[in-house]
Write a protein that binds this ligand. Structure first.
Ligand code: NAI
Length: 330
């Protein structure tokens, strides 16, 4: 098949070319897919896209009229695709349901540890010959309560790691996982989780129903000084409300790998430009906030698995007209 690969970075080329070995024609395009760049897909059977490509109804219309029949997502989340429009247009949408839940869960724990022990500040201090410990006081994870929102593949691994640190693990998920229950994870209502947890970490997908799940109300229910981690999707947080909670001290630590407006920022080197997003730049001013640019997935193992499953989805679609990893309208 002829596949237009959007938002393509050097590391995407390397992992996809290795797995593809010449089977499909992969044409790499650096820009995000949106209505302005959709014509690049002309003459292709499929597009291969990532988290910040926008596949709304207008873009899917343009792709369909150019003959595209498959959207091969090289990620797990599909909140950036209008699935109803895809179905109406007869476009199959396939994703990579799991490539390394460990990668994202481990990054989540890296954020927790770095924030708690203030590694970002300690690193800079020691480089400048400042060995003072004031301001670096952390807490033992052992004995603390961690609340996990969404115990699917990633949340379940995060639960296991945090349980290993000696945390009491609470969870909220409409579909509890047996593996978590067996570990001793206690499923509770969201409000109870918010009120009882020292650390709250989000691992549910973004849907229209849970947009701004963590808003001013939810923040108010949290413990004073709680730590909040979001490695899932930016839209789960009302960032303005989160900033207010940081300013008041209600929120003691914030770790983000995702951001509501990240498509304008992440995955690009903008170090020589002026950031125009005042909300994002305000977040950067807090000493108790660590932001990484959507790198939770970024391990060798995960890139290899992403390339393998995506190419398998394309090959299966070519052979059968469908994919085992197709996503439908919920
Ligand atoms: P999954 O589908 O295995 O699990 C999601 C879980 O969330 C399910 O158990 C589901 O029942 C639960 N859930 C759905 N709505 C919920 C709600 N409103 N409240 C509580 N639980 C809810 O998904 P997986 O693989 O664990 O990924 C989770 C999310 O992580 C993805 O949707 C994606 O947004 C994000 N992600 C982030 C990456 C990164 O690089 N930072 C990489 C991969 C995924």
């Amino acid at each position: 098949m002829k596949v237009a690969v959007f938002s393509a970075k050097q590391y995407d080329r390397a992992s996809f070319d290795k797995v593809n070995a010449g089977r499909h024609q992969l044409d790499y395009f650096e820009p995000h897919l949106d209505s302005a760049t959709a014509p690049l897909a002309h003459g292709h059977d499929a597009v291969c896209v990532f988290v910040n490509d926008r596949l709304d109804s207008a873009v899917l219309d343009a792709l369909a009229s150019d003959g595209v029949r498959l959207v091969a997502l090289r990620c797990a989340g599909f909140n950036n695709v209008d699935l109803a429009a895809a179905r109406r247009l007869g476009i199959t949408v396939a994703r990579v349901p799991a490539y390394s839940p460990h990668a994202v869960a481990e990054h989540t724990v890296a954020l927790i540890l770095a924030l708690n022990r203030k590694l970002h500040r300690a690193y800079n201090r020691v480089r400048e010959g400042n060995f003072a410990l004031e301001g670096l006081l952390g807490f033992d994870l052992n004995g603390r309560t961690a609340g996990i929102v969404g115990t699917g593949k990633i949340g379940a691994v995060a639960a296991r790691i945090l349980h290993g640190f000696g945390c009491t693990v609470l969870a909220f998920d409409p579909y509890p996982a047996e593996s978590c229950r067996a570990l001793g994870v206690r499923y509770v209502a969201l409000d109870e989780l918010l009120g009882a947890s020292d650390i709250i970490t989000l691992h549910c997908p973004l849907t229209p129903e849970n947009h701004h799940l963590i808003n001013a109300d939810a923040l108010e229910k949290m413990k004073q000084g709680a730590m909040l981690i979001n490695t899932s999707r930016g839209g789960l947080l009302d960032t303005r409300a989160v900033i207010a909670a940081l300013k008041s001290g209600k929120l003691g630590h914030l770790g983000l790998d995702v951001y509501e407006e990240e498509s304008e920022l992440f995955f690009e080197d903008l170090s020589g430009t002026i950031l125009r997003d005042d909300i994002f730049t305000r977040l950067l001013t807090f000493p108790n906030v660590i932001i990484t640019g959507h790198q939770g997935f970024f391990t060798r193992e995960a890139l290899d698995n992403i390339a393998r499953t995506t190419m398998e989805n394309i090959t299966q679609f070519e052979a059968t007209g469908s994919s085992p990893n197709a996503v439908g309208v919920s």
